[in-house]
Write a protein that binds this ligand. Sequence first.
Ligand code: ZN
Length: 266
Amino acid sequence: MIIDSHEHLMLPSELQIEKMNEAGVDKTILFTTTPHPEKVSTLTEFKNEISVLFNILGGKNTIEANRKRMKKDILDMMSVLEKYSDRFYGFGSVPLGMSFEETTEWIERYIIKNRLKGIGEFTPGNDEQISQLETIFKVLEGYDKLPVWIHTFNPVTLNGIKIIEKFTLKYSDTPVIFGHMGGYNWMEVTEFVKNTQNAYMDLSAAFSTLALKMIISEIPKKCFFSSDAPYGDPLLNRQMIEYLSPSKKITAKILGENIMELLELE
Ligand SMILES: [Zn+2]
């Protein structure tokens, strides 16, 4: 089974499924999205569309605006998950900055009730927001192994990554997926994932095939293929892993078996 472990919701869904078919991807784990860059064709259109993402990444939105946006984004995703339940699983977003009680209520209502497989993508814009992740970890102590997916490329810094590592060690029953290979800090994150049982690595947004190759050989059982579509292409990301992997056995793990085991997928 080939599983793209991280794609954002693309519209129309038929286009997303077409890209999956083209790449030979059986199932995809969907994440919500606010911008839809798959719909644009010029740089100007792209800049307009993506400014929404930069505001989110920069942490410029208020909690109330984030709650409203995430509710809508989860609803959008749920309608696709229901319509194409044979092709997709989902992760759901949770706003940062809420109290323990509010966070619990949100997770119950939008994650557990919707039978989502995990939480994320968190895109903390600064270290203060990364520190706010602790509330999420505290709430998750009350749940059975619900993984957290965190964006660890820019604007997350090495210091931010260290805070995430601290939480990963402290809340060791919660699996943490370090998104986009830790970005420029991939060496630090690879070593951490290797030595920490509940830490995992997402392989999207590779800026260096050398980095990708080293990660595959260092932590073959703890990393997951993903395209981060529409920002990456499922077919090219799959081919990159197949090309760089030292064996067919490891390729099969990275392209599907590892994430199936973590999420207990059938
Ligand atoms: Zn991301």
